[in-house]
Every structure is written in C-alpha cells, then in structure tokens.
Design a protein around this ligand. Structure first.
Ligand code: 13P
Ligand code: SF4
Length: 339
C-alpha cells in the first residue's frame, strides 16, 4: 500500500468538519489540524480494508469520538467482536481485549496498534498459578476476570467482566469459587453474594491508587455529589461509592441519576468521553491514567491499518479451552438479555 499523505488539505478539512463537532468541547480548534489528517486517512482505510475499530471507554477522545465504530466496556467489546461482519478488527484497548476478540471470532484478523498495551491484572497470574490453585482446592470452580491472558482463561471454568461477575458467581450456585486475579473485585463480589471466594492478589495499577480518604475529601461539604466507582478500586473506596460498576454501568448510571455533580473514580478518559453527552453534569475527576490504554494513538492506528500490524493470534494449544470459558460468559449474557 502506498504511503498516505498526512497533511491538512481542503478535502480533509471538509471530510472531518462534522466529526470535529463531536469533540469540539474537548479538543481546541487550533489542535484539530494535528488530528484531522489521521482521522480522515483512518476512516478511508477502514472502508478499504472492511475494518471495524472497537475502542474501550478509556481511549482518548480523539480515538473514541472520531474513528471508533463501537465503544464500550470489556463485555460490550467482546459481544460486538463476536457479532461483527468486518474482515478486520482493530482493537483499541489492551492486549487481553484483542485476544478475547480473536477467541470469539477466530476467522477475523485482529490488530492492535501497540503490542505493548498490557494490563497489570493480566500480568499478575499465569496458567501454572491457576493449576496450582486447582490442586489446592480440588473441585472448586475457577471464575476468571476477562483481564487475563488466553492461557489463564484456558485453565478456567468461566470468564467474567466487572459487568457480570456478581451475577455469574451467583448463577453458578456453588458454596465456594476461586475468583482470579483481581483481589478487590473478588472482595466486591464476596460482599454481594453468599458464595465463599478464594481470591488472588492481583491489582489494577490504576484503580489501586485511589483511597477512601481521597474520596471523603471530595465529599466534604458536597452532599449532592454522586460517587461512581469501578470495582477494581480498593474496598475503602467502594465503601464511599453510591454506585459500583463496569465502565459501561458507570455511563448508564450517569444517565439515570441525573445529578449535577458526579465523581468518577476511574481512568481519566472516562469523564472526557462521557461529558459531551451530559453538558448539564459537572464531572469531578480524581483520575488516574492507564499507561497501557494510552499507548494507542491515531498515528499508531493508521500504521496498524496500513501495514496490517500488529496481528494478535492465540496459541492453538490453549485457544479452544480459552474460547469455552469466554463463550460460557457470553452465553450467560445472552440468557440474561433475553430475560
Ligand atoms: P470494564 O470492563 O469495566 O470496561 O473494565 C475494563 C478495565 O480494564 C478497567 O480497568
Ligand atoms: Fe488493566 Fe487497570 Fe489499565 Fe484496566 S485500567 S487495562 S485493569 S491496568
């Protein structure tokens, strides 16, 4: 494929004018010429390649609002990856999300703009660790957070996301589960069910930095402040929250609660991405940045589509078993959706 001209021509200007409207509250007009040529080139290449861009809610606004076809939390991205007719999926998130997309739709080419976009939770546990736990707790089902490698998923009975962990643990209807690898999500699930939880000591390097004291300081003299937190936060943070849920759940709660001041206890881009839809809401942002999510940039996405890099594949030795644990989760979601 020949090199693409990345300059602000009159045609790029007119092609991207309507797109700019979606981000003008976030990106100053003076900065738009830096993004516009990439946005135009990416959108053109997507059509040529029959590609779709799936972007997590933590992507920067210039990705989330201008080139992404589907945005959402881990669960939504997995569901949409399974359903897509596109030939190519560019996953703007982190590596485990791309692996999950490949597992649920193996015929597609799955690309990531940066192979180093990892996750501290996925790094915290190996397949050998899961086998060791199974030996220590024979017969106890292994419930694994989707923020893990395919090799770890392959050793698990069922996957969960932050959006369905409580419901899936309840649905298993067993006295005890091994819940991996997020210790804080495990504690949150334990607080919501009667199931005994055997946890691991994995943490999200972004959410573990929030503290209950910090949230209490924001609350001082602010009776009407609504606190919304991700369940990867430590228990003392979740104790201060009015709502705890996945990134998609957080967005839906903002829509439902209609409060004037909302404190989002999660990654920085969430408030940026949500704020445009709720101009009447003031978002208070004690945000921490995920360095892995931020590896994705417009130039890297363009490079990815031009060169068809970097392809994510799953070792055939683990793919079938890993797929089974993700499929069990998706089947649970479909059933829950049907009611
Ligand atoms: P969600 O599934 O809630 O979007 O969470 C993914 C994630 O990595 C949060 O840190
Ligand atoms: Fe992983 Fe935390 Fe980044 Fe989410 S925010 S991808 S859990 S490191």
């Amino acid at each position: 494929m020949s090199l693409i001209d990345i300059s602000l021509t009159p045609s790029v200007d007119s092609e991207t004018e309507a797109i700019f409207k979606r981000v003008e509250h976030l990106i100053p007009r003076v900065e738009w010429p830096l993004h516009a040529p990439y946005v135009a080139a990416i959108n053109r290449l997507k059509r040529e390649r029959n590609a779709v861009i799936l972007a997590h809610n933590y992507q920067v606004p210039e990705i989330y609002h201008t080139v992404a076809d589907i945005v959402g939390d881990s669960l939504a991205l997995a569901i949409k990856a399974a359903e897509t007719d596109a030939d190519v999926i560019v996953l703007c998130g982190v590596h485990f999300m791309a692996e999950t997309a490949k597992l649920v739709n193996p015929a597609k080419t799955v690309l990531v703009p940066d192979l180093k976009a990892g996750c501290s939770l996925a790094e915290s546990i190996t397949a050998a660790d899961v086998r060791m736990l199974r030996e220590a707790y024979p017969g106890v089902p292994v419930v694994t957070y989707v923020n893990t490698s395919a090799a770890v998923k392959a050793e698990s009975d069922v996957c969960v996301t932050s959006g369905n962990a409580v419901q899936i643990v309840e649905a298993l209807d067993v006295p005890r589960v091994i819940f991996l690898p997020d210790e804080y999500l495990a504690k949150y699930v334990a607080s919501k069910t009667t199931t005994e939880i055997v946890a691991w000591k994995g943490h999200c390097e972004v959410h573990e930095r929030f503290t209950g004291a910090e949230i209490r300081r924001f609350r001082q003299g602010e009776e009407r402040l609504v606190v919304i937190a991700h369940p990867e936060c430590p228990p003392d943070v979740l104790a201060e929250a009015d709502y705890v849920g996945s990134t998609q759940g957080m967005i839906e709660y903002v829509a439902d609660v209609r409060s004037q001041r909302v404190l989002l206890v999660t990654e920085c881009s969430m408030a940026d991405n949500v704020s445009g839809s709720y101009p009447d809401v003031e978002f208070v942002r004690p945000c921490n940045l995920c360095p892995h999510m931020k590896r994705n940039t417009l130039p890297k996405i363009l490079h990815s589509l031009q060169r068809m890099e970097f392809e994510v594949t799953v070792d055939p030795a683990v793919a079938e078993r890993a797929r089974a644990s993700v499929e069990r989760m998706l089947e649970f979601s479909r059933r829950a959706h049907r009611g």
